[in-house]
Structures are given as structure tokens and as C-alpha cells.
Design a binder for this molecule. Sequence first.
Ligand code: GLN
Length: 482
Amino acid sequence: MKLIENSYGSVRNLLAERRINCVKIVDHYLREINKQNTLNSFITLLNDRALKRAELIDHQIRERGLKKLSGLVIAIKDNICVKDVRTTCASRILSNFISPYDATVIHKLESEDAIIIAKTNMDEFAMGSSNETSHFGTVKNPHDTTRVPGGSSGGSAVSVAANLSMAALGSDTGGSIRQPASFCGIVGLKPTYGRVSRFGLVAFASSLDQIGPLTTNVEDCARILEVIAGQDTNDSTCSDSPVPSYVEALQDNMQGLTIGLPIEYFSEHLETEIKTRIDHVIDFLKASGFSVVPISLPHTEYAIADYYIIATAEASSNLERYDGARYGYRSESVQSLDEMYVNSRRQAFGDEVKRRIMLGTYVLSSGYYDAYYRKAQKVRALIKSDFQNAFDRCDCILTPTSPTTAFKIGDKMSDPLDMYLSDIYTVPANLAGIPAISIPVGKDMNDLPIGLQIMGRSFDESTLLKLAFFIERNYSTRDIAR
Ligand code: GLN
């Protein structure tokens, strides 16, 4: 018997009817994880911790019923701190770092009785689009193990897609939740900048980073967002705007919703099969009575360049703290303080991280600051205003999530620019700070998942989730003439 359908909604019903308990659920996932360890989706397993929590929650359910996430088995990207657990960021430099505190999102999940089962593999310091830059090795796509799962939250996406957890948390700086969700055929949401606290998230690029859920379905995504969103006195960048019930919003009426299609996102970069699929979804939405309008986001072509200046500048500054003195790895073979810094960083950062630190230091250096960094900030303002103008004409924007489906392991590692281009449709939402979701809408000829992205106004996650839910419920992913 398949014990568990991999959605929290269905498990929750079984729990409410007392037809299953949390210990059994955790046991089931631990066995699945054991069977599938070749996917390499985890860095640290938390078997004992998860079983203990399950016992405790079973007791609590008997005493006072279910909380919002009772029995949700969730995996956490390894750049989010869990108290007394290793947080490595998939880097050698933090490979022995034990977090002394919980991230706010962990605290919030556990207060609603979620169960953390593992820390997931990722690109080193969340820098990458394929999960190939991890110190702990490449993660494999469960749809085709010769292919990448996407990145940087690849381990989180695989954990959910391969039924090794019901859900996962990831972080998204330029697409790291949405692109792996798209490559693995699941749902991934990057909330509005400031919607979810980053306290306890290891910083990559602080003006872009957001934590968000990866799930098998939209309703689970809404449930988790509802719990992790909201003000946090430990994070001054976190907004105090009230958190609506995202789950209830799924049932709301969508009459009068206008969907914008940015012409720039349907260019020659896009694989034909993906374009055909997205067009098919658009036809379905039109037939369902939505009004669909063409829009323009004229500065899209600068988004990748802009992102890689801003993200690397912030990363070079955020990663200064790994000096061998305060955190993690310290080189043994040193004669002086300087040598300790240099050798520790040289030995323990991987190539991609070093490339970004160098690039970031360069664009911030006094001679080049105006030419690169300051200019990038101005371009960012233009990209942001593109979206503001667009949202005068439509309520949300529909695009592909990625120009390709999952590519082969090794294919893009020798060409960083080609790798960077795979984020072309996802980085603009981070630069503008707006929310964006990726949902699966079918497969290509190679049976690889295709993702659809919906972007919305700041703090309007409800509309994204609602439309995503409608598509999930009503759009038939099979029915396309090839
Ligand atoms: N792939 C992008 C990068 O390499 C985005 C990473 C992310 O969102 N963390 O920077």
C-alpha cells in the first residue's frame, strides 16, 4: 500500500481522522530516503530528531488536536539555520559549522508542529543554477538522473519531487526556488521581498534573497507561506504588513483578473516545446474567460547583467566574514594572520564562489564603482518601474520559468555565462522585489517537466496562488497536439 500521497492536505485528513500518526509518517519518509540516496539530495539527515518530534506531536494531537502544520514533513535548504544542527551552505568553509540558533522560519514551522527531516543539498552558498557547485557533490534530477535538478535549491526540489519529504524550504536570490521547481515538476514560490523573515538565512545577496516553499501542490504552498510569512523583530527588512489567509484566498473569485504577457519573455531564447506549452495554457485561460493582454517590460534584456553585478557585489561583502577565525574551516598550514585568511579562503571556497567574490570586489572597487555598481542600481530602478507600469495594465504576469527544461549534468559547467542565462526569466522578479511562483504545466518530448511562472504585485501572493490553483485544478497537462 502506498502509505502516503505526497501532499500535506491528504495526510492532514488522515491525521485528523486518527488513521495514521506522525511516527508512522516519519518512518515512511526515512525508509524512502534510504532507498533513494543516490539522488544526493541531502547533506544532513535528522532521523532521531524527526522521530522524537513525531512522538511529541502525536502526543500533542491527542491532547489538543491539530495545529496548522501538524505532521508536515519538511526538508530545509542547508543555508537556513536549525539550532544544534550543521549548516554548511554546501561549502567546505562551513562544513563543520553547528548553528547556535534557529532561523525565524524554523521557529515558525516548529511552533505549528511541522517536522524537519533533513537539510538539503544546494549550490555552494546558493550560487548556481544546477546544483553542481556543491562541496557535497552534484544532485540528480529524479525525472532523468543524467540531468541536473536545477539550482541552487536543487536538493530541496528533488526531496519533494522524489517523495522524500512532503515539502521543503528553499531560498531564491535570482530564481533558486522557481528554476529547480520547474526542472523537477513541482510548485515553488518566491515571496515578495520582506514577506518572510531572513533571520537565520545565510546571506548571499541581501537585497535579493527570500525564503520560500517548494511543494507538490499549490494548497500546500499557501499553507506553508501563511505560517512562515510576517513581521520579525530580528529582521528589520521584514515587513509588518498583515498576513492574509492564503489558503482561504484560493477559493476567492477571480472575475475580472487580467493577465499580462510580456513580449520580451517569448523571444528566441525560449525552447519551442516550452513556448508551445505556455501558449496552450494561455489559450486555455482565454477560453476560461480571463482577459489576456500583451505587455512590455522593455529593460528585460539588461536583467541578467544587472543581477550579476548587484548579486556579486553583495556576495563579496557578505562572504568577507568567512576568514578562518570566526566560522568553520581554518587552514592548518599558516605562518601569519594574513596567511590564515588567504589559505583558509583559498582552500575552502569553490571556484564559482571565488569567481563571484572577485567579480563583486571588482565592481565595488573605487575606480569601477560608478561604471558598474552605481549604474547597475540605476538599471535596477528601471526594471522595477517596468513592472510598476505593467501592473497598471494587468494584475499578474505570466511567463515561462526557464528557457529550457533540465539540462545534462556537466553541460554548462565550463561556460558560466551560458549557466547564468538560464535565470533570464527569474531574476527580474528578485530585482523588482515582487512575488513569483512556478508551477508544473506538462512535460516535453523527453518527459522532462515544464514550468510556468506567474509574477504579481508586491505583497499580492494571494492572486498568484489563486491563479496557480485554478490552473492546477482545471488545466489538463496532457491534452496538447504535438
Ligand atoms: N542561479 C542564480 C545564481 O547563480 C540564482 C541563485 C539563487 O537564486 N540563489 O546566482
